[in-house]
Design a protein around this ligand. Sequence first.
Ligand SMILES: Cc1ncc(COP(=O)(O)O)c(C=O)c1O
Length: 463
Amino acid sequence: MKPNVLSKLGRRTALPPISWLMQTALTRPKLISLAAGFTDNATLPVEISRKLLNEILRSPKTGRPALQYGITAGEMNLRTLTAKHLHKLDFQSSSSSFSSLVLENKSRTRTRTRTKDEDEKNYSPARVIITGGSQQLLYMTLEALCDEGDIILVEDPTYFVFLSILQSRGIKARGVKLERDGIDLVHLEKVLARLKKSGELHRVKALYLVTYFQNPTGATTSLAKKSAALKLLKKFERAAGHPLYLLEDAAYRELSFPGRADLPVSRAEPQLRPTTPPTALTLPGAAERVIYTGTYSKPYASGARVGFGILPEPIFTTVQRIKGNHDFGTANLLQQLLAGALASGLYDRHVAKVRKNYARKAAVMKQALAEHFPKNVEIWESGGGLYFWARLPKGISAGVKSKVFQAALKADVLYVPGELCYADDPSRAKPDNEMRISFGSANGENIRKGIARLGKVLKRFVR
Ligand SMILES: Cc1ncc(COP(=O)(O)O)c(C=O)c1O
């Protein structure tokens, strides 16, 4: 082999689409980007953060620990607050109560009473790790689980930066069809059975699901589907020869739209309670098989970049060791900022405001889509998150090299070509007639203008 200064991984790693999408957005000032998953600029918590940082830095006694290195797994205070926060979100959700869980299966409904022990085990701060965004945790989880040639099952389509990690690390992906309420379970079973038949099941390590207001489609996975998926994975474990994990990425979980976006936040409090399904952490056996990742980037500040996870063993210990090599701990100052926000209640108040704001922006986009998009473009609308998903009639490409994408760029509007969100899976062709459109960073006026520009472009190609 010809000598090369770069490692195999270094040579293999392609330019992640996220980099050139961001670059394009930043270098063309007239361009309206409906592509970036950036959070809303206007609602970033500047005043709250200033107040909390002032509080932290008010004296050497409180300031020094925040400006010092910390512990690899994260500040105990933030880990405890995070565990409590997740427990609260799961047990105030509409479809669960503190002591009992109703799991709706297609064929039957059964009630199972959780024990206090199970609750304490699943949401123990000792199982929580704090990371530099959930992106770092996803990366480290894959490092802990996968060798080159291993397989991760992903939704078709899925979060494209996750796919970039797989590409870089030489991990294979197999797509599982996605429905409006999560993955297609029949297809999941087929994919697992096919891998068993081809003798590849032992290479499968996990099923990756973006369970709330999915990036890119906006779909939310029901608890029943999470439960059934977990059972299916369990069913194939003997043949795999090792555990098959459910990797639940709940990045957009807290961005559900409140019921009434027209009320002022203070009066709307009761409606602002999350109406999202509980996480897979609430399911039997979760403590051994569910790897849960979450983030404070989306609900609080993407610039603070604090993520977290609840991990089973041996993943927790392994990821902690890997993090020891990555950075031996997330920035303490940022962890204390988040801890202060959570403990003071300012976090909850901020999230309520953010959710209302995204609901408003989504309504603006919905209206603009109805006005400007050709009627035969199928739109997936979400109950939260940052995205709409649009499907052009079959045969019309919206891919990176397509006339539609080039014409959109010329018209100074950017979207994410849907094809980027499909894994390289030789068992099926990649659809290229879809687009992810985000209302995350653009303001109301630019959402209207951007959709009008895109609509005009589409009308030239879609009849
Ligand atoms: C589905 C999903 N997971 C994880 C992340 C990572 O976010 P962060 O690293 O800011 O926590 C993102 C960011 O856009 C995302 O869309």
